[in-house]
Design a protein around this ligand. Structure first.
Ligand code: ARG
Length: 473
């Protein structure tokens, strides 16, 4: 499509496609074009482009945006990356004016800019999907707010909780993940454009104007830092890695609870596929994949951190390696969250099994110790008395024999049930009915706040499309 004379000299190398980043930076294309439009407008305001040249360049760039959107853009491998592909194409479309676009700009500040715009949009998409997971969890939690289940420590039955309380524990983990994503985008919302290769420019330009146009909070403070900083990507990968780890914990519980050994999930839950050999099997495949994929995402985080470790300032070509792990983690977590929402929505709890498991008298040993405390026994001796009773009873507890524990009211044995125990657990944030109602309200309010933050992020993300679509000036 192009002859070698239109291949800029800086991408002519003897390394074939080795230096090429097109496979990973094509995803930056719309952001690259929007950034170039903002840059061209700034060059006009600063006197480096005439109004005529600016309008030629900007309409050429919008044409390119349309080609990219419709799949008609002629991508060329030999042009190394998205930036050069766009610039060369602009030359073909609008002629020599295109040669002025790269004034006071380097691919170093350009790629940093593209990545920040990309990050903003990618993160908003993850946030939408995570919100859907939280909504599904909240829905299930409200339906199962009073369904008792054993709470576990060390995966041993410990004390009674409810399914709603347990699901809300997952809700709050995901809520912190969402909070982290918003904090990441807030810190990243600084424009690097104008840093040039590393030392700004001898030409007078206006990085603040570009920053404002693209919805950034401010331009960079230090040009060397601006072209080197990949903290936003590292933070995003950490956010996604922890999110994937949280999802894997949830998924593991689905796997466990779906097995007949626990039996807390009804067989009608939609968890995955069947076995090609064993006709009776219904495997929790979706949960298993979510559990397994968290490893990939943690690997992506480690890959980027190791790439960044020990790099001297300012731009180094190593930084080109930042895109693959970010794109892999986004694709993995993005698809995983959609599956997770479906998984949560499809959970059907087996109430009979949950109630039976919650009737295990062992779950109420602490209740007895605290009953003794309420009757004036110090906690440590109370703990020992109950432990001694369990030892002599062969590790079991017969509610009818509670009266044999020194200091206990024999009638207390009758209230060693899930509903009585939960009723006693009125501490804030606990599984008692009142506290749980408060928690549900808190969760709904939190979700409302997140929706609000997300819609203001969506507005910033939408700026790129607006810039690409705007009528010619
Ligand atoms: N493909 C490069 C990257 O992703 C763009 C910046 C190239 N800069 C340079 N000086 N070669 O990092």
């Amino acid at each position: 499509m192009t002859d070698s004379s239109s291949t800029p000299v800086y991408v002519r190398t003897p390394f074939g496609t080795f230096l090429n980043s097109l496979a990973v930076d094509r995803a930056l294309a719309p952001y690259d074009v929007a950034g170039s439009i903002a840059h061209a407008e700034m060059l006009r305001a600063s006197g480096w482009l005439s109004p005529q040249e600016t309008s030629v360049i900007v309409s050429g760039l919008r044409l390119i945006a349309a080609e990219i959107r419709t799949g008609h853009f002629p991508w060329r491998d030999e042009l190394e990356d998205v930036h050069t592909n766009v610039e060369v194409r602009l030359g073909e479309l609008v002629g020599p004016a295109a040669g002025k676009l790269h004034t006071a700009r380097s691919r170093n500040d350009q790629v940093a800019l593209d990545e920040r715009l990309f990050l903003r949009a990618a993160l908003a998409q993850v946030a939408h999907r995570l919100l859907a997971v939280q909504e599904a969890l909240l829905h299930q939690a409200s339906a199962e707010i009073a369904t008792p289940m054993p709470g576990y420590t060390h995966l041993q039955r410990a004390q009674p909780v409810t399914v709603g309380h347990h699901l809300l524990a997952h809700f709050w983990r995901f809520d912190r993940d969402l909070d982290r994503l918003f904090a990441t985008v807030e810190r990243a919302n600084v424009s690097p454009l104008g840093a040039g290769a590393l030392a700004g420019s001898t030409l007078k330009t206006d990085p603040a104007a570009v920053a404002t146009r693209l919805g950034f909070d401010r331009p960079f403070a230090n040009s060397v830092d601006a072209v080197s900083d990949r903290d936003p990507f590292a933070e995003l990968l950490f956010d996604l890695a922890l999110l994937a780890v949280h999802a894997s914990g949830f998924a593991e519980e689905v796997v466990l609870f779906a097995s007949p050994e626990f039996g807390f999930l009804d067989r009608s839950s939609s968890l995955g596929a069947g076995s090609s050999l064993m006709p009776q099997k219904r495997n929790p495949d979706a949960a298993e994949l979510l559990r397994g994929q968290s490893g990939r995402v943690v690997g992506d985080l480690v890959a980027l951190l190791v790439t960044l470790k020990g790099l001297p300032l300012a731009y180094d070509r190593d930084l080109q390696e930042d895109k693959a792990p970010v794109e892999d983690a986004l694709a993995t977590v993005g698809a995983g969250l959609v599956a997770l929402t479906t998984l949560v929505q499809g959970l059907v709890f087996d109430h009979a099994r949950l109630v039976a498991a919650s009737e295990d008298p062992e779950l109420y040993a602490t209740d007895i110790a605290e009953h003794l405390v309420a009757r004036g026994v110090a906690f440590r001796p109370a703990h020992e008395a109950v432990a001694a009773h369990y030892r002599t009873a062969g590790g079991r507890l017969d509610p009818a024999q509670v009266g044999e524990i020194p200091g206990a009211d024999p009638a207390f044995g009758r209230s060693l049930t899930a509903s009585d125990s939960l009723g006693r657990r009125s501490t804030t944030g606990g599984p008692g009915p009142l506290a749980l109602q408060q928690q549900l309200t808190q969760a709904r309010t939190a979700l409302e706040g997140r929706r609000h933050s997300l819609s203001s992020l969506d507005r910033k993300v939408g700026l790129v499309e607006e810039i690409l679509q705007e009528e010619r000036k």
